[in-house]
Design a protein around this ligand. Structure first.
Ligand code: FMN
Length: 371
């Protein structure tokens, strides 16, 4: 007698199991795809998002400047998630090379994250088009005029960030195919509102008709299950993946993450009211103070040399790019920027991406099964 209540753990075992029981009375002769997997409840809730991304699971690894390069991005996509290259301040030539190298490491889909204030954004879009990148994520502000149409004209999907519901609706009307809502628990540049609040504001209004991915502060699968049940199409994580085995981040950068707790990941403060800087969440170190000094320097330029506000903000962003590089690549964890979200306390050791994804899915599945 087959023990119908014993669920096989691996996918191959699951398939063998379904074949064996398919002749029994009452057995599903045509099980749907979700029933064939290890995590049927999670997969069923992720199906829309996964179909949109072209991945096995609707788990995106959010672009992280310097960290989300060919190795991590391909590892995420190969493990069934959706990797996203962080273009950051790259030139079109550098992005061209990065995409080409990533394609050598994975045949699975991946996306490219472009920062909207990049002065060469249109050329960067051309590079994505040349490579047939399927998904372009526009981050860091409102998409510049013509950018959404240009991306869509190439056949690619556009994913945007929306800080408010009104803006999300506007972006969706102007052609965005999916939204990411990212709460202030996240690592890197953040908005002022918590993920839990954004989810309650956006999902009931948008999730039925649109694809909304939830990001910020997600460290375990139980949280993923919760957002999926609220209607999210999927999730985006950064901090949990930053120290994966496949991440090229410096060993000292990773060690700083393993040591840190949630309250060590703090948001930067704006020191001059004339210079609106987007807060950045990072582990507190000497670099936190250096940023204060940098803000004063740029504010003085605004006064003295009369530089434009856009130029001032670009200088701040260049500062972050440099500071993050110092920590991620050079391992200068004192002076560099250790961008990390509050979920950093749940990053305890270096693990392969596939294990992290499997663990998140198992936690989500267990939570959904208990309901
Ligand atoms: C080290 C680091 C660098 C990041 N760099 C970028 C970036 O270049 N562009 C971007 O859109 N988001 C960036 N992010 C945000 C992530 O893409 C992602 O949305 C965020 O990490 C999700 O929240 P979590 O950290 O709580 O998982 C960064 C996050 C971290 C931790």
């Amino acid at each position: 007698m087959y023990a119908l209540n014993r669920i096989p753990q691996s996918r191959a075992a699951n398939r063998r199991f379904m074949t064996r029981v398919s002749h029994l009375p009452g057995a599903l002769t045509q099980p749907n795809a979700a029933d064939m997997t290890t995590n049927p409840k999670t997969d069923a809730l992720m199906r829309r998002g996964a179909q949109f991304l072209g991945s096995e699971h609707a788990i995106m690894c959010g672009a992280m400047s310097w960290v989300s390069e060919r190795k991590l991005v391909s590892a995420i996509s190969n493990a069934g998630g959706f990797g996203v290259i962080a273009c950051g301040a790259m030139s079109p030539d550098l992005l061209d090379n990065e995409i080409a190298e990533t394609k050598k490491l994975t045949a699975k889909p991946f996306g490219v994250n472009l920062i909207t204030m990049h002065p060469q954004i249109m050329e960067l879009i051309d590079v994505c088009t040349k490579h047939g990148v399927g998904h372009v994520v526009l981050a860091g502000g409102l998409p510049p005029k013509g950018s959404v149409d240009k991306i869509k004209g190439s056949g690619a999907k556009v994913i945007c960030f929306a800080p408010t519901l009104a803006l999300a609706k506007k972006l969706l009307r102007s052609g965005a195919d999916a939204m990411v809502i990212e709460g202030m628990e996240a690592g890197g540049h953040i908005g002022p509102v918590a993920t839990s609040v954004l989810a309650q504001e956006f999902l009931p209004e948008l999730a039925e008709e649109h694809l909304v991915f939830v990001a910020g502060g997600i460290g375990r699968g139980e949280a993923i299950a919760g957002y999926l049940e609220m209607g999210a199409a999927g999730v985006q994580l950064g901090t949990r993946f930053a120290c994966a085995t496949e991440s090229i981040a410096h060993p000292d950068f990773k060690k700083a993450f393993f040591r840190a707790g949630a309250r060590d990941a703090i948001a930067s403060v704006q020191v001059d009211p004339r210079l609106p800087v987007i807060p950045v969440r990072a582990l507190k170190n000497k670099g936190t103070e250096l940023f204060t000094a940098k803000q004063r320097e740029v504010a003085a330029l605004l006064d003295g040399e009369g530089i434009e506000m856009s130029e001032a903000q670009l200088q701040i962003e260049h500062y972050w790019a440099g500071a993050l590089r110092r920590a991620v690549i050079d391992g200068d964890i004192e002076n560099g920027s250790l961008m990390a979200g509050q979920s950093v306390g749940m990053v305890k050791k270096e693990e392969p991406v596939a294990d992290i994804i499997a663990e998140l899915l198992a936690e989500s599945e267990a939570a959904l099964s208990r309901r």
